[in-house]
Design a binder for this molecule. Sequence first.
Ligand SMILES: Nc1ncnc2c1ncn2[C@@H]1O[C@H](COP(=O)(O)OP(=O)(O)OP(=O)(O)O)[C@@H](O)[C@H]1O
Length: 226
Amino acid sequence: MISVHSLNKWYENKHVLKDLNLEVKKGEVFGLLGPNGAGKTTLIKVLTGQTPAKGRIRVAGVDPLKEPIKVRELVGIVPENESVPNYLTVEEYLYFVAKIRKLDNSAVDRMIEDFELKNYRKNVCKDLSKGTKQRLMIATAFIHKPILLFLDEPFINLDPIYQKKIRDYIISYAKKGNTIFMATHIIELAKKICTRVGIIKNGKIIKIVDELENLEDIFLREFEND
Ligand SMILES: Nc1ncnc2c1ncn2[C@@H]1O[C@H](COP(=O)(O)OP(=O)(O)OP(=O)(O)O)[C@@H](O)[C@H]1O
């Protein structure tokens, strides 16, 4: 579902992704774990056609370096540190995204139901709590039932109850044959949700972890001499 060979990315003269290789299979919940500045968000941006790079990449059968818009039509994205438009109501924002995605209004009702947004339907986004804004962001990523989702720190601002609900939602979504690619700092969540985890350090995937029970120890060991 995702295949990356010799990916290199520079911001001006800063070499951020360095000969990065990666394979993610259909139906996986693949976690990307790494310290601040390791290149997680940059990798997601490259894979979703948001920034140029060099390398051989296939994302859901498409090359995001050559066909960035096509990739963004196919996949869902929850970006890091972004928020909902302040002066739209919850339903207005969902109708807006549904229109861009060429969906009918039933998709909006489905997301309002799935992400428990009914009580906020007519509220303007600026008045929502941070966690409710985050649920709305996640809803917009799932609205067109994408076969592949990129989630950058999706659990930020969610309380433990919604962390569990969204976790279960993601797991059951992947069980239907869809694929999730998720960057996170929360090791406990990665252990509960991911099928495999890639550890990224200085712009390279340095380890793939299949057996997640000792993920924290494995992760910390990679950085103990830094
Ligand atoms: N637009 C940009 N221009 C220049 N440098 C950038 C830009 N975006 C990111 N960087 C740099 O690229 C490197 C990787 O950043 P990136 O945001 O991908 O890391 P990250 O692993 O997602 O970090 P965090 O865990 O803190 O979110 C960092 O050194 C960062 O300062």
